[in-house]
Ligand binder design. Structure first.
Ligand code: NAP
Length: 297
């Protein structure tokens, strides 16, 4: 059993509900690997209590906090500093208490890019079809625009959200080639032959009866298909893409690398990525299904 005392440094994650978060497992393993006297706890913070919770970080103190659904945007109101990337994305997933001040970062986009890089996927000069316009899609879109892609197709169930994201990106990256396309079979089928990389950044795929998000028979060996959903790891989309001869990247790499980046911000120690990937794979095999959806209140 680990023992905690007055010198033990506290870290954690704020979400609601916090469900089966894998972050405590990842960070506690990384602390143990480096022999750091620290512990990482999940905190289920009701939205009405978020302000109090964030204002308590410095008092307790909690040295580092990850932020997840539904708090990534709201939390920004009570931070002292926000990194340029997080500011542009409009969401924070990592807080570092440094010098008594709360610094906010967003490591989702860079985590996604690192996972792609690890799988040998280059984004430079590639055409990317990004499905989704929520928090994760926005973080990925900003990172893609910072990475010299050739063209970005954006599709979302609610078209106005995709249009809003496109307008925001065009304002910040005036030279980027960005088109909003319809999230329907025929529109996606028309654009897939011109696409190199497909990214599912919607929550479709998390639940057993979710439909196929795109016309999978249009996929082929020219495509690299990424699904950021990691529960289940082998989503319907990835299985279909593999059958069509496409290369695939699952959501575990993004989870791992967004966590690695946060850990490195907090501790300046390297994250033991290989070791933790193996442990996460075991955890996902033990608990392959998603948590219930967040409360809408
Ligand atoms: P979010 O902000 O709530 O956005 C959800 C997105 O999914 C929106 O684009 C939404 O479209 C779309 N969507 C939801 N239900 C849909 C449906 N039935 N049909 C079509 N589209 C649907 O959530 P998020 O934070 O971006 O997260 C999205 C997914 O990424 C989640 O599964 C999350 O677990 C995963 N994720 C993974 C990582 C990782 O490290 N691997 C990191 C972050 C998130 P509308 O705009 O039309 O509602």
């Amino acid at each position: 059993m680990p023992s905690f005392h007055g010198q033990t440094k506290l870290y954690g994650i704020f979400g609601y509900p916090i469900g089966h978060s894998l972050s405590p497992l990842m960070h506690d393993m990384a602390f143990a690997y480096h022999g750091l006297d620290a512990v990482y706890l999940p905190f289920a913070i009701h939205p009405a209590q978020l302000e109090v919770a964030v204002k308590s970080i410095a008092a307790l103190p909690i040295h580092g906090v990850n932020v997840t659904i539904p708090h990534k945007q709201a939390v920004m109101a009570w931070l002292d500093e926000v990194s340029p990337e997080a500011h542009m994305i409009g969401a924070v997933n990592t807080i570092h208490l440094r010098g008594g001040r709360l610094h906010g970062y967003n490591t989702d986009g860079i985590g996604f890019l690192r996972s792609l890089d690890e799988a040998g996927g280059q984004v430079e000069d590639r055409t990317v079809m990004l499905l989704g316009a929520g928090g994760a899609a926005r973080a990925i879109a900003v990172q893609l625009c910072l990475s010299s892609i050739r063209r970005l197709y954006l599709a979302n169930r609610t078209p106005t959200r995709a249009e809003g994201l496109a307008a925001f990106l065009k304002q910040n990256f005036p030279y980027a080639d960005i088109s909003v396309i319809t999230m329907g079979e025929s529109s996606l089928a028309t654009h897939l032959p011109y696409t190199d990389i497909v990214v599912n950044a919607t929550s479709i795929g998390m639940h057993a009866h979710d439909p196929m998000i795109l016309p999978s028979t249009e996929l082929g060996p020219r495509h690299l298909v990424c699904d950021i959903v990691y529960r289940p790891l082998h989503t319907l989309l990835l299985r279909a893409a593999q059958r069509q001869g496409a290369r695939t990247v699952d959501g575990l790499g993004m989870l791992l690398h967004q966590g690695a980046q946060a850990f490195e911000i907090w501790t300046a120690h390297t994250f033991p990525t290989t070791l933790i990937r193996e442990r996460l794979l075991l955890a996902l095999a033990e608990q392959p299904t998603a948590s219930p959806p967040p409360h809408k209140e």
